[in-house]
Design a protein around this ligand. Structure first.
Ligand code: FRU
Length: 424
């Protein structure tokens, strides 16, 4: 493969200064700051030595990179996970006056560990708002002696008065659910079995309630990243809408067909993966960030200082569609509206954006980046992505965010998104 050329740092998207980044981890608002932890290789600009990097922002748009929060050590690497604020000090690790920030992460054990070859869930805590971290002496807190048990997302479930964890048995395409009173002792609840897209590892799940727009009703949304086997090829994120009763998640809708496009996808582009939501958001918005890359070529994309960037933070809502529901995504309202280019495409129209061709024909929106800028660094990078626009109207409204090396299209008021890297 040819050596990638460096591109400048994106303006609106978080990207580390010099090192490798993959999944967002531990997204949380706490004491006036948005925290973005992420999978980092502190020593290089390709994947490895997994540790938690750390950045904070006052507004979700301008980020300050901090020292590595959880550096890998001789026995373990720190794979993906989540953070909570333990306001009631259920863990006993902080106090109610001074609640601990708690990270649940996956210990990926190395050869010098007696647990080598397995992954288990562990806990770290910070008593100074995320700058310094202690590893819990009783780690791991949840071990199934499994090689691919990872990516815990934890939240407080008021219905059952307990913490709930969703994690994956990645190679079995299962989301497993656990409950805990104190974040330390976990009891098995249920397993969400392989469903819809299953031709790849299931990773980075998230489960949260959302109000249905214009109603007082609420549904639960389960996000599941899959790699490979996503709708645009390689990495992708599917979602399920349904109900969670404190034990079991039950989807409301099973696709009639068996094609990838019969399922529900968070994004139809090539570069939107490991999407998870912020915890503890003061105004109750459900805000998500994804990794803007694809495992098909992630280690080869041109540098922007470091390697990889995150998507723009997006707010999720739910929309009724007949007897089921669909996700709507909009860029966070903190983004100056002038940054979003508004376009209406009539049937047959084409739009050229930095060398990529966005087209609308017969109810299908497509983005062709085969001849957009630099594509030769990997043979799977040049590609055309496409999505059906619901009800296929004669025209489609787009809002497009173009940043240094990325295009994010929010179509049909956010019912369809296409997220792609474009190194023009
Ligand atoms: C997803 C993933 C996670 C894992 C992490 C390791 O991109 O494979 O399942 O925790 O990356 O970096």
């Amino acid at each position: 493969m040819p050596e990638p050329v460096s591109h400048s740092q994106p303006r609106w998207h978080y990207s580390p200064a010099a090192t490798w980044m993959n999944d967002p981890n531990g997204l949380i608002w706490d004491a006036g700051s948005w925290h973005l932890f992420y999978q980092s290789n502190p020593e290089a600009d390709t994947w490895g030595n997994m540790s938690w990097g750390h950045a904070t922002s006052p507004d979700l748009l301008t980020w300050t990179e901090h020292p590595i929060a959880l550096p890998h050590n001789e026995t373990e690497e720190f794979y993906s996970g989540s953070c909570v604020v333990d306001v009631n000090n259920t863990s006993g690790l902080g106090s109610t006056d001074w609640p601990a920030l708690i990270a649940l992460y996956t210990s990926h054990y190395g050869p010098s560990s007696p647990r080598y070859g397995t992954q288990a869930q562990s806990l770290a805590y910070s008593l100074d708002g995320g700058s310094h971290w202690e590893l819990y002496a009783g780690n791991p807190v949840l071990d199934r002696a499994s090689a691919n048990f990872r990516d815990p997302k934890v939240f407080w479930h008021s219905g059952s008065d307990s913490w709930v964890m969703v994690a994956v048995e990645a190679e079995h395409q299962q989301v497993v659910l656990y409950r805990s009173p104190n974040l330390l002792d976990w009891t098995y609840l249920s397993t969400f079995r392989p469903s819809h897209a299953v031709d790849g590892a299931w990773e980075c799940p998230d489960l949260f309630p959302l109000e249905v727009e214009g109603t007082q009703e609420r549904r639960w949304v389960l996000l599941v990243s899959i790699n490979p086997g996503g709708v645009a090829g390689g990495s992708g994120v599917q979602y399920f809408v349904g109900d969670f009763d404190g034990v079991t998640f039950t989807p409301e809708h099973h696709a009639a067909g068996t094609e990838l496009r019969d399922y529900d996808w968070l994004d139809f582009g090539r570069d939107c993966y490991a999407v998870v939501s912020f915890a503890n958001v003061p105004d109750g918005r459900r805000i998500v960030i994804g990794w803007m890359n694809n495992w098909d070529y992630a280690n080869h994309v041109p540098l922007t200082g470091g390697r990889s960037l995150m998507t723009i933070p997006r707010e999720l809502t739910l929309v009724r569609d007949g007897d089921r529901h669909r996700l709507r995504q909009r860029p966070i309202r903190e983004l100056p509206p002038t940054e979003l280019r508004s376009e209406t495409l009539q049937d047959g129209d084409e739009l050229h954006v930095r060398g990529a061709v966005i087209a609308y024909r017969d109810g299908v929106l497509s983005l062709d980046r085969r001849r957009a800028g630099e594509t030769s660094f990997h043979d799977r990078f040049p590609s055309v992505q496409w999505a059906d626009i619901p009800q296929g109207p004669p025209s489609v409204e787009l809002r497009i965010l173009v940043d240094t090396c990325s295009i994010e299209i929010f179509a049909a008021d956010g019912l369809v998104t296409i997220t792609d890297l474009v190194f023009f």
